[in-house]
Design a binder for this molecule. Structure first.
Ligand SMILES: Nc1ncnc2c1ncn2[C@@H]1O[C@H](COP(=O)(O)OP(=O)(O)OP(=O)(O)O)[C@@H](O)[C@H]1O
Ligand SMILES: [Mg+2]
Length: 508
């Protein structure tokens, strides 16, 4: 064995009923390097890295760690051999403190008792080593996702990981949090830790990685040296074709005379005095930092959170939906951001999920028209290119990005007049993103109206007709298309202090 490599995956194959997730994929990682793993949704990235931890047992192939050969791993073996993984949807225990999470499974003890003080002290040291500022006593559920992830990283280091695998670590983070995460990752590389980094964001891949492995459809495609390649080449290798534009063209069809949604000084769920108008056929972007109150606002409109005061006018009628069901029935849909918690019923089939909001419509005397049910599911599977062996597949078994597409399909099938998209392309690959943008365009061209929440500035500017920016639950500004520019949006997104001062001066 070549000692240059800390870990080698050789000819890994993984078969599921009806799906070959990995077809003899090999990959090797050197000491102290950041190896990026890229590919479209469903390419097999998560499955591949799960074989290193024993979460997935390969059908065939072998895993070499420091010259030792394994045909499959167990979580125990992985941890003994210095392999740590931060999963796409990572799990920590919210009700425990940061220190307790860090030592989860192997607490420091004094006799028979858990030594809380010693753990807090050690945790403080561990966080300091990574230059992260977390109070060891704080409950994990009170921390932002960014800090929760830092604890996961610290945990891996605490367990002396030689190889740290990170599956889309930046997806749930804010821009500032991503920066801090990068710093920690770079620090670890400098200490000789090897890192496998999975991401759909190519700018991150260029910023961080030394080498890049591309997968497509469960197959190994190529390994590249980062400094010798470029975005177009990567996209071509991932997608298997060239992609010329990021945002598809749209025929603007805004009907200025028809206001579909009007908010008048709406307060509640942490938001204050939100007023705006949204016209038929318009895409209104909602910009702001994570935590600015955009999702909270969407929840109020969708009946998922309580409005305290103000008015919501939908098609010239004041509405006050108390539940999402009410909102759906009057023609409002919300495609939520956190697919695991709100969106798909993970344990049921693709077909079931897509038809969920419309069962009433496709049933007669409580009997579901199964032909219609099948056709509708098939239509959206094809339109959204959902990668699944069949429509009866359980959604949980689809790749992360394909789960997101099922949720999109569900809301498209509902045929609502106003659709609120909350981070619609998070975790979705470049090719599929383009398809989703085309779909959004198709919706407005057919008279639908859209409220688009996105933390990806490019996406917000590429897709919206108009953008309003929120900060700390207040609207801080509005930009027309010709005024779109990254700096202005950022400035408004962090403009809260000024607004507060203004409010104080006006006595409100
Ligand atoms: N438990 C399972 N049962 C059946 N099929 C599965 C299972 N887990 C994964 N698959 C299938 O294996 C393929 C690879 O999925 P994987 O999650 O590895 O993709 P990925 O590259 O991580 O995608 P994403 O970017 O969307 O996260 C997909 O077609 C998926 O549907
Ligand atoms: Mg994945």
């Amino acid at each position: 064995m070549n000692n240059e490599y800390v870990m080698q995956l050789q000819n890994i194959r993984k078969e599921y009923p009806g799906v070959v997730a990995l077809k003899n994929v090999s990959l090797e990682i050197k000491k102290g390097e950041i190896l990026a793993l890229i590919g479209e949704n469903g390419a097999g990235k998560s499955t591949l890295i799960k074989t290193c931890s024993g979460a997935v047992i390969p059908t065939s192939g072998k895993i070499m760690i420091n010259g030792k050969e394994f045909s499959s791993m167990t979580p125990q073996l992985a941890s003994e051999n210095g392999i740590a993984i931060i999963y796409q949807e990572f799990n920590n225990v919210g009700g425990l403190s940061a220190a307790e999470n860090l030592f989860l499974g192997h607490p420091i003890k004094k006799g028979f008792l858990i030594d809380k003080v010693a753990m807090e002290k050690e945790a403080e040291k561990a966080f300091k080593q990574l230059n992260i500022n977390i109070d060891p006593k704080v409950l994990v559920k009170d921390l932002t996702v960014g800090y929760q992830q830092m604890i996961e990283i610290a945990k891996a280091i605490q367990q002396d990981a030689q190889v740290l695998v990170m599956d889309e670590p930046s997806a749930p983070l804010t821009t500032a949090e991503v920066e801090s995460m990068f710093k920690v990752v770079e620090l670890l590389r400098a200490k000789g830790v090897s890192i496998i980094y999975i991401s759909h964001r190519l700018d991150e891949i260029f910023r961080l990685s030394d080498r890049i492995v591309v997968l497509r459809d469960g197959e190994y495609i190529k390994t590249l040296t980062t400094k010798d390649t470029h975005v177009e080449e990567l996209i071509q290798l991932m997608v298997g074709r060239e992609l010329n534009e990021t945002y598809p063209p749209r025929n603007s069809c805004i009907d200025k005379n028809k206001v579909v949604l009007e908010l008048n000084k709406v307060c509640g769920n942490g938001d204050r005095d939100i007023s705006f108008k949204l016209h038929k056929g318009e895409i209104l972007g909602l910009g702001g930092l994570v935590g600015a109150g955009r999702t909270e606002l969407a929840q109020i409109i969708f009946g998922a959170a309580k409005k305290e005061s103000g008015q919501i006018i939908f098609n010239n009628k004041e509405i006050d939906p108390k539940t999402p069901r009410e909102a759906i029935d009057i023609g409002i849909a919300l495609v939520p951001e956190d697919r695991k918690r709100h969106g798909a019923l993970l344990q049921t089939s693709v077909k079931n999920n897509i038809n969920m909001p419309i069962y009433k419509r496709i049933s007669r005397l409580s009997v579901i028209d199964s032909k219609k049910e099948y056709e509708i599911a098939k239509k959206y599977k094809e339109e959204l290119v959902i990668k699944t062996p069949n429509l009866n597949q359980i959604v949980k078994n689809l790749s992360g990005g394909n789960q997101q597409k099922v949720i999109l399909g569900k809301w498209l099938a509902a045929n609502s007049e106003l659709i609120i998209f909350d981070e619609p392309t998070r975790g979705i690959d470049v090719g599929a993103k383009y398809e989703i943008y085309k779909l959004i365009n198709h919706l407005v061209e057919n008279g639908k109206t859209i409220l688009l929440i996105s933390s990806e500035m490019e996406e917000l500017m590429g897709m919206s007709d108009r953008i309003i920016v929120l900060a700390e639950g207040n609207i801080t500004g509005e930009l027309r298309r010709e005024e779109f520019d990254q700096t202005s949006i950022m400035r408004l997104a962090s403009a809260m202090k000024e607004v507060k001062i203004k409010n104080e001066n006006t006595g409100s």
